[in-house]
Design a protein. Structure first.
Length: 303
């Protein structure tokens, strides 16, 4: 393994710590609920959903998080402003930790941050996401909301390469400052099917140059693959695991693993790779996990 020369920032977002050198903290997993086509949603526009089933999914993820030593952030997806309040209220009442505001449009996201400010939940929110194309009205809404944590998406439509992603970093950080964001998570942006390779390199370079927590939604690369519909369930799961592991090995601090139904595979894979990394860091650099709840101890050390 390796150690970054740049000092690595660690943020505490409503009890979930993210960032640091490889092996210090476990990778944070972010699973999505209420995503487009999610079968628990009865009406996307009004926000009607199967509460019992969603609570069950969140409980299973909570148990996996505790068993594997992998922290979580719940990704609340939404396409309609009217639905966000119901989604946020429910998730915030069922879980103790942080959650994202992940709206499909600026109007939806603005409605989300306005609501969390009104009900006093801003400290638990990770805004998903700020891009180089985020407009002033959205920046203003975010600034007024009191939300202090956000994912910054390195989206460069003119130059969708490793270099292009890095070119937008300074602009993203300026926007985050304008929005009064303190906890910055950099999403290296999956744009194409073979992107886990370039995205992983961006994660490494962002951490090396800026020392900021970085990660990505690697599952998007697999889901965009035309051949994916022809894959068996086993091959699909394997492809997703490989995509995630690629970024973990270069220091990814968080992974958006997609639908929460995939939690079992995501948590086990992430925990195992994190344990391997931590053991290597102890031997080579004497860098030890900062928590006894690290997957290294959960998986390999009997208590």
């Amino acid at each position: 393994m390796f150690k970054f020369e740049r000092e690595q920032k660690i943020y505490d977002i409503s009890g979930v710590k993210v960032g640091g050198q490889p092996g210090q903290l476990p990778t944070v997993l972010i699973g999505s609920v209420f995503y487009h086509g999610h079968n628990v949603v009865k009406n996307e526009k009004t926000g009607e959903f199967d509460k019992e089933e969603v609570e069950k999914l969140l409980k299973v993820e909570e148990e996996l998080s505790e068993e594997m030593g992998i922290p979580r952030i719940v990704d609340i997806c939404c396409s309609w402003p009217e639905a966000f309040e119901k989604y946020i209220d429910f998730v915030a009442s069922v879980i103790d930790g942080p959650f994202t505001i992940d709206g499909t449009t600026a109007e939806v996201r603005k409605a989300g941050v306005k609501y969390v400010a009104e009900v006093g939940l801003s400290d638990r929110v990770v805004y998903n996401s700020i891009t180089p194309y985020t407009k002033n009205d959205e920046i203003e809404a975010l600034r007024d909301s009191g939300v202090k944590s956000a994912i910054l998406l390195t989206l460069n439509t003119k130059n969708p390469t490793i270099k292009g992603r890095l070119e937008v970093m300074d602009k993203l950080l300026r926007i985050a400052t304008e929005a009064k964001i303190q906890n910055v998570l950099i999403d290296a942006t999956v744009l194409d099917m073979p992107d886990p390779g370039p995205v992983s390199k961006v994660i490494y370079l962002v951490k090396e140059k800026y020392g900021l927590p970085a990660g990505a939604g690697l599952h998007n690369a697999v889901d965009r693959w035309r051949r994916v519909k022809k894959l068996s369930r086993e091959d699909y799961v394997l492809a997703s695991c490989i995509a995630n592991a690629t970024s973990l090995l270069v220091g990814a601090d968080f992974i958006l693993y997609g639908p929460i139904e995939n939690a079992k595979t995501a948590y086990f894979t992430c925990a195992l790779v994190n344990a391997y990394i931590a053991y290597s860091m102890i031997q080579e650099y004497r860098i030890r996990p900062l928590t006894r709840d690290h997957p290294l101890y959960k998986i390999f050390v009997k208590r």
